[in-house]
Design a protein around this ligand. Structure first.
Ligand code: ATP
Length: 364
């Protein structure tokens, strides 16, 4: 499988029709997924969608009601956790408070090696996670970010074939989180360890993952590269959950065009067969033009509000001939080939055919 120049190696982990019920409630509903060797996959979705349930089943910390899990071709559906060859990091650091950093990291190594080699390995792991020299400290003497580095070192201690991460960065403050995110990605790439990470943070998933798995209600909504998820959301749920969007109510359809108010808009992507359609357009895909050029999908709009937002300017537009519709645009001032926008002025705006997507159903 080739996607965005990314060639996937042999599948490392395969999940087939995995189901988990809690009483009458189905937390995971026949989920199937394959992860390539060395791939970084993020499970993304709102609270309660089943991300953690799926991770726990893969880890062997919980048992499925149906389906199968295979690791490198071997059925591990009912294998004990110790036979699954993974390291795991949870949101809460989960280090043993009464053990030193070195003892925490060496925990899984003990029976296998002599003392010198263990000390050497602990030192190498602490170097690897950017925290040299803290062997003798206790977890309480470390910051949250440092504890999470230790937890990562512990997870990697046995050089596992797979790294399972359950929101490992979400308890950290923004600056520490951004830094650790970068380092985690670098480390994962260097080690080439197959990684499955649970997150509810779309930015984190888009940033880190080779592929993102978007989940909702115990099911997978879409699997794709970050660019595919962002550019070609497969459902309204994905389109709403990931990134910002404009939604426009469609009056009627004619072939590959739709009527929005009195405007005919063309779409490059096929229209779904449905009685009601809603158009989707990212705010950064709106093009504000220097002057009216009569091009397709171009409308006149009144500038209602202009907000400075650092690298971007956020603009609210009221398109003429589309009563009740509002367009939110994110413009890059450096790229705008015209003077800055002022509230009250009328500007030509293109809704590019290649960027518009249509989804079944009415506008929310
Ligand atoms: P979050 O981001 O909040 O952790 P999640 O996507 O990881 O959400 P899960 O923890 O997988 O969600 O839970 C999925 C659903 O299953 C939730 O509705 C949850 O309440 C339910 N659930 C999970 N574990 C149990 C359990 N042991 N008993 C009953 N219900 C459970």
């Amino acid at each position: 499988q080739v996607a965005d120049g990314l060639t996937r190696l042999a599948d490392h982990l395969t999940v087939e029709q995995l189901t988990r019920r809690f009483g009458a409630f189905t937390a995971l509903d026949a989920v199937s997924l394959s992860i390539g060797k060395g791939e970084f996959v993020c499970l993304l979705g709102p609270s309660g969608c089943g991300k953690t349930t799926l991770l726990r089943l893969i880890a062997g910390l919980d048992q499925p009601d149906g389906g199968r899990i295979a690791l490198a071709g071997r059925d591990i559906t009912h294998a004990p956790p110790a036979e699954r060859d993974y390291g795991i990091v949870f949101q809460s650091y989960a280090l043993f408070p009464n053990l030193t950093v070195a003892e925490n990291i060496a925990y899984g190594l003990k029976p296998r090696r002599d003392r010198d080699r263990i000390a050497q390995r602990v030192r190498a792991l602490l170097d690897m996670v950017g925290l040299p020299g803290v062997e003798a400290r206790y977890p309480a003497q470390l910051s949250g970010g440092q504890q999470q580095r230790v937890a990562l070192a512990r997870a990697l201690a046995t050089s596992p074939g797979m790294l399972l991460l359950d929101e490992p960065l979400s308890a950290l403050d923004a600056r520490v989180r951004d830094r650790l995110r970068e380092e985690l990605k670098g480390l994962q790439q260097r080690l080439g360890v197959t990684t499955l990470m649970v997150t509810h943070d779309q930015e984190e998933a888009l940033n880190l993952a080779d592929r993102v798995v978007v989940m909702q209600g115990g099911r997978i909504e879409q699997v794709g590269t970050p660019a595919e998820i962002y550019r070609r959301p497969a459902s309204r749920f994905v389109a709403t959950f990931v990134g910002d969007a404009n939604w426009l109510a469609v009056g009627s359809r004619q072939g590959q065009s739709v009527m929005v108010g009195s405007h005919r808009l063309q779409l490059a992507a096929p229209l779904p067969e449905a009685p009601e359609l809603t158009l989707f357009l990212r705010p950064e895909d709106l093009v504000v033009k220097a002057q009216w050029d009569g091009a397709a999908n171009t409308v006149l709009a009144r500038v209602e509000d202009v907000r400075f937002a650092g690298a971007l300017t956020r603009v609210r537009l009221q398109p003429e001939g589309m009563p009740g519709q509002v367009l939110h645009a994110e413009l890059c001032p450096a790229m705008l080939q015209r003077p800055p926008l002022v509230p009250g002025e009328i500007v030509p705006v293109e809704l590019p055919a290649t960027r518009l997507l249509a989804f079944a159903g009415e506008a929310a």
